[in-house]
Design a protein around this ligand. Sequence first.
Ligand SMILES: [Zn+2]
Ligand SMILES: [Zn+2]
Length: 144
Amino acid sequence: MEFTGQCRCGKVRISLRAEVRPPLYACHCLNCQQWSGSAFGLHLLCAAQAVEVSGPVREYRYEHHGHVSTQYACEVCFTRLFNETTAAEGMRIVRAGVLEGAVQWTPQAHIWTKRRQSWITLPAGVAQWPESPTPEEFATALFE
Ligand SMILES: [Zn+2]
Ligand SMILES: [Zn+2]
């Protein structure tokens, strides 16, 4: 199946091809709150080769806990589209809200819940961690 989306101004288009929709998770960390100007980041964990963008994209690279994170945003309207990190080679983490249909999706996991804003109640039974889970724990929650 194919998922498509675009930045706020429409100059950058993003498409994602996958057999099933990649897993969706919410990150409540303070970085995600600051990046988004909102309560949490909503991320789709995708294989890098499944994600394509067209249009004027600007990159911003920075170091975080010894890993290099590269953020990709529309150069015109600054909507962030996805990022890559050397902590998860071969993946692209797409900002779910830029994709059409995302409004109907439910996160399969919540991470950094110790930074969760106090007004948010998480649904019972959904995988959650106070900080980052191990890659193994996370894969179990997202892919099984
Ligand atoms: Zn734009
Ligand atoms: Zn985060």
